[in-house]
Design a protein around this ligand. Structure first.
Ligand code: DGL
Length: 262
């Protein structure tokens, strides 16, 4: 393995930073390429067919271009729909991001857990399967929100965003029957940890969890013993529809200073 072979992170937008952040904390010298398919953002309002066709093709192009040692699909929507297709199409290890239902079920005392994701993610059979396998004795409430994705993206770009708008967008989860018994909510979209402080403030009785730390540990495990540069080179970001405004500010804290187009 070449020391400069990067870890590739992929999302529709900049939600994947909630996975990249914990990974960098664990692996500070890892070279990073972050790819955002902003041409098709948001994924959560697209059809299964579109995602299943688009994501493997795009990742194929990216892998040819950046030659990563490992690919992380830092997006629940793309992972729950297209992870198998991507793994079949690529000959590098692929880590997916899927809703953290298992840890949520392990933590819940009330046995009522929530899954807050995109509209596409919450209707996936993949989620039904996780709920049946790991939360069979729990009531699993779901809510899909496109507004939360937009709000997270805007907040990270440095725009003025009203915390009350995020709280209102999540409220239908809590308004369902048994919603008052929720004690653990899975943030099943990588954009949502970027709003977790506001949601937690509005719902102090609820634990909001996401897969970021676990995925970072998985990446470290899968690349253990490989050679790395002594110092991380500047991280790169690639966008499918040009560099959106505010990106330099959003990405610099993650060590990404080289921005370009795919
Ligand atoms: N960040 C993505 C996810 O985890 C997708 C958001 C979107 O593009 O709708 O699902």
């Amino acid at each position: 393995m070449q020391p400069d072979a990067p870890l590739l992170f992929f999302d529709s937008g900049i939600g994947g930073l909630s996975i990249l952040g914990p990974t960098r904390a664990l692996m500070p010298s890892a070279p990073i390429v972050y790819a955002a398919d902003n041409a098709a953002f948001p994924y959560g309002t697209r059809s299964e067919g579109e995602i299943a066709a688009r994501v493997p093709a795009l990742l194929g192009r990216l892998v040819e271009r950046v030659r990563p040692r490992l690919v992380t699909i830092a997006c629940n929507t793309a992972s729950t729909i297209a992870l198998d297709h991507v793994r079949a199409a690529l000959d590098v290890p692929v880590v997916g991001t899927v809703p953290a239902i298992k840890p949520a079920a392990e933590l819940s005392a009330t046995r009522v857990i929530g899954v807050l994701g995109t509209r596409a993610t919450v209707r996936q059979p993949y989620v039904d399967d996780l709920a049946a396998r790991f939360a069979g004795d729990c009531t699993v409430l779901r809510h899909g929100s496109a507004d939360l994705v937009e709000l997270a993206e805007a907040r990270l770009r440095g725009e003025q965003v009203d915390p009350a708008a995020a709280v209102a967008a999540a409220q239908p989860l809590f308004d369902q029957p048994d919603g008052d018994k929720l004690d653990t909510v899975v943030l099943a979209c990588t954009h949502f940890p970027l709003l977790a402080d506001w949601l937690a403030h509005a719902h102090p009785q609820v634990r909001f969890i996401d897969g970021g730390q676990g995925i970072a540990r998985r990446i470290a495990y899968l690349t253990k013993g490989q050679s790395w540069p002594d110092d991380a080179p500047p991280g790169r970001a690639l966008f499918t529809a040009g560099i959106p405004p505010g990106m330099n500010t959003a990405l610099a804290p993650f060590g990404i200073t080289d921005l370009g187009s795919l």
